[in-house]
Design a protein around this ligand. Structure first.
Ligand code: HEC
Length: 104
């Protein structure tokens, strides 16, 4: 009887910890990172990587607008997606002295 109770307790702790792990893993993929991957990395990989590029939000916006004007983005992401993307870029690929800075 005692051991059955222990087993129940163990199962509850085990299940709770696995669902916690899932939650953390899902959170790790930011929506902005996903949009970046889907929209930009088809071209910007290997030699054309943007890994070292650090820009302010405004400069990222200029670059993305240029990508759109050049008809590189097909389909062009919605306004909401672009905002999420620019927030992500400004946060993770901003100049060292203004990381996290974001106008709007
Ligand atoms: C269809 C291919 C293609 C896609 C998709 C694309 N780009 Fe580009 N990108 C280019 C090319 C070609 C250049 C070089 C010509 C230029 O700068 O206009 C470039 C240049 C750039 C530059 C300047 C690079 C530097 O080293 O200064 C940035 C920044 C940039 N892209 C950002 C983006 C972002 C952000 C996205 C996604 C929203 C994106 N690009 C999607 C083809 C692409």
């Amino acid at each position: 009887m005692r051991s059955t109770r222990f087993l129940h307790w163990f199962l509850i702790v085990f299940l709770a910890s696995t669902s916690f792990t899932f939650a953390v893993e899902e959170k790790a993929v930011e929506p902005g990172a996903k949009i970046f991957e889907e929209t930009c990395l088809s071209c910007h990989k290997g030699k054309e990587t943007l890994d070292q590029v650090r820009l302010t939000r405004d400069k990222w916006k200029e670059a993305v607008d240029r990508m759109i004007d050049s008809a590189f983005l097909d389909p062009v992401p919605s306004k909401d997606k672009l905002k999420t993307l620019l927030d992500h870029l400004a946060k993770t690929k901003g100049p060292a002295d203004s990381v996290g800075a974001s106008k709007n």
